[in-house]
Design a binder for this molecule. Structure first.
Ligand code: TXA
Ligand code: MG
Length: 329
């Protein structure tokens, strides 16, 4: 059931207090939440998503006061990050308190904590009165949901309530910053970029996606996979060449790109992500979900590595299994 407004929040909080799960909006993507202190409620998240149990969850709070029960130490770095970016699209990894069940942290001694800025998320968490453990509200391995409809198409029938808060403003998952180690390290890039964090902390190590011993257990899984295949084209020209090759084989594919990269593709099926970086970020998952139901394949024109585009390409690279098409001519 999809509901919005006060009624949705009241019902959602009731379900959470009764040990159930509820999907709710955040500024990044929709989450599937349960009481973070209730291991059997948390189990229902893994069940509904079909999520492997060694992939830890992020705990969502509405106010800094909720942090006390979750972590054993709040280092100075965490205070600086909180002052600069919270509430907002960032998750910090800190040493976990015993009150947080191992089901949440997948057995790790640390826990990811995030304070979302979406007003509906904040109202919902406050109404629940407990921190909310929540992964993205998609079926495991699928593209993260940025609207209530996306959640419904993945989890309809498996969860009692989806709180509708409109389309997510940011559109990709939060930046994950590990502050439990000596050198703060970005485990997952996001809208809060390495440059922004480095300005606050003086420096930060970035995660390049090629670890041998995965720091976050969840990182070994393929994520963000649209149901049709996807490849990345290095530029518009390479995309057009690949499109023509596939068309010759009878494949109905689509070129997904920033508006300015779609020029000269007349007569080809295209999908625009818009013009600004923020717009591209907000629209990327919706575009992948739209394309997967209509086409045989997605050709995604590289957005480059600058700022938030680098974070978007981190996800798209995973969707495409690292498959990049270079121009031949
Ligand atoms: O924007 C977001 O972060 C969204 C919304 C709902 O808040 N949530 C989200 O959750 O993307 P999920 O489960 O899809 O991704 C959480 C990832 C895990 O896969 C894991 O890589 C990392 O967070 N993680 C969680 N706890 C961790 C920990 N203690 N140590 C290292 N990584 C952790
Ligand atoms: Mg996810």
């Amino acid at each position: 059931m999809i509901l919005s407004g006060e009624q949705a929040i009241a019902l959602g909080a009731e379900i959470i207090r009764g040990g159930g799960v509820v999907a709710f909006p955040t500024e990044t993507v929709y989450g599937l939440g349960a009481n973070a202190f209730d291991a059997s409620a948390v189990d229902k998240i893994y069940e509904a998503k079909g999520r492997p149990s060694d992939n830890p969850l992020i705990v969502h709070i509405a106010d800094a006061s909720q942090l006390d029960g979750l972590v054993t130490d709040v280092p100075q770095s965490a205070r600086l990050i909180a002052d600069a970016f919270m509430p907002g699209p960032i998750t910090v990894i800190l040493p976990k308190s015993d009150a947080v069940p191992d089901r949440v942290s997948a057995g790790l001694k640390t826990v990811g904590v995030r304070m979302p800025s979406h007003p509906v998320a904040r109202q919902f968490i406050r109404a629940c009165g407990v921190p909310i453990a929540a992964p993205s509200a998609n079926k495991s391995k699928h593209v993260s949901p940025t609207s209530a409809q996306h959640v419904k198409s993945d989890l309809d029938g498996a969860i009692p309530l989806i709180i509708d808060g409109g389309e997510c403003e940011v559109g990709i998952e939060s930046t994950i910053l590990d502050l439990s180690v000596a050198a703060p390290t970005i485990l997952r890039p996001g809208a809060i970029t390495a440059e922004m964090i480095a300005k606050v902390l003086g420096g930060v190590e970035t995660f390049d996606g090629k670890v041998v011993v995965a720091k976050a257990p969840g990182m070994k899984y393929t994520h963000y996979a649209p149901k049709c295949g996807a490849v990345i084209a290095e530029d518009t020209r390479a995309a057009a060449e690949e499109y023509a090759r596939r068309e010759g084989r009878g494949e109905r594919c689509v070129i997904v790109a920033r508006e300015s990269d779609l020029v000269g593709l007349d007569g080809m099926r295209t999908l625009s992500l818009g013009t600004t970086d923020e717009e591209v970020c907000r629209r990327v998952y919706g575009a992948l979900r739209y394309a997967e139901t209509r086409y045989d394949g997605i050709i995604f024109v590289d957005l480059g590595a600058k700022g938030v585009c680098g974070s978007v390409m981190n996800r798209v690279n995973k969707s495409a299994g690292g498959n990049v098409i270079r121009r031949k001519i």
